[in-house]
Ligand binder design. Structure first.
Ligand code: SF4
Length: 277
């Protein structure tokens, strides 16, 4: 720790101090977080320096538990070869339809969402037409989906905001997306990635399990796994990593009985062959 502390004893850190700390695969997110730590409201510069030191130490410690870069690259090379253009299994024809489908998909399957939206989107596929449909009718159309009353409320409120503040369009900024009712970080990441092609990763239950089990990227919370994946997945695979990992978790690396004998990355996985009960 002294090694890092010595670099920023009192002054604000340089723009990319993490590279100076010997971490060679640092991403912009690391630098941004370091800079935001440096801007924290500490009473003294010494406290700031300690916060930065702890953050970097966390990264180094967690990196020691991840698999190596060559293996990660080979895993994504194989996943890409098997499925060059992965995408969501939700059916949509516009960013708005995707937004509604993702809000509906919380704690339910894509299949049941698709069943409900098939008819819904013929009646209402813009914020304006959804508002005209109204909450009661919307609830009826999605009543086969869990939490349909809450989801209908959120969708109507979201449509009102889209109409009033975004000219009826789905915004491309994370903060604007996360301000919509029913939209959290995970949903915002799906929209940014799938509708707008941003290299984001929405860590759901499948990605959380696959990343930790294989040791592609380990973390105790979805946010920690997301941040590790953003740092560790080779850049060329980052945009599609989200879908490769979800599909792998959904169909091969399943929760209880992972299909290790059919797994195309079994020889690279660092925790294979364990059937969970
Ligand atoms: S070998 Fe088994 S545990 Fe490892 S990724 Fe494949 S299915 Fe999952």
């Amino acid at each position: 720790m002294d090694r890092y502390r010595a670099q920023w004893p009192t002054a604000a850190p340089p723009a990319y101090p993490i590279e100076n700390a010997g971490i060679t695969h640092a991403r912009d997110t690391d630098a941004q977080q370091i800079v935001s730590v440096s801007a924290c409201d500490c009473r003294t510069e010494k406290l700031k320096a300690i916060h930065i030191t702890v953050y970097i130490t966390d990264i180094i410690t967690s990196d020691q538990n991840q698999m190596n870069k060559a293996k990660r690259t080979e895993i994504f090379t194989r996943l890409r070869a098997a499925n060059p253009k992965p995408t969501t299994e939700l059916i949509y024809h516009s960013p708005f339809e995707l937004l509604i489908a993702v809000i509906l998909s919380a704690q339910t399957t894509d299949k049941s969402v698709n069943k409900a939206t098939e008819k819904l989107f013929t009646l209402a596929n813009t914020p304006k037409t959804m508002l005209a449909l109204g909450e009661a009718a919307l609830s009826e159309h999605i009543r086969t989906i869990g939490l349909f009353n809450t989801k209908a409320k959120n969708i109507i409120k979201t449509c009102a905001i889209l109409t009033e503040s975004h000219q009826g369009e789905v915004p491309r900024e994370r903060s604007a997306l996360e301000a919509l009712p029913g939209v959290g970080r995970k949903t915002a990441n799906v929209i940014l990635n799938t509708a707008f092609g941003e290299p984001t990763i929405a860590v759901d239950t499948h990605i959380f399990r696959v990343a930790n089990r294989t040791r592609i990227a380990q973390g105790k919370t979805p946010l920690a796994v997301e941040q590790q994946l953003l740092r560790l997945v080779p850049r060329e695979f980052l945009k599609d990593a989200h879908h490769w990992l979800i599909l792998h978790g959904r169909y091969t690396c399943t929760a209880r009985r992972p299909r290790c004998t059919h797994c195309l990355i079994a020889d690279l996985c660092e925790n294979p062959g364990q059937e969970r009960t």
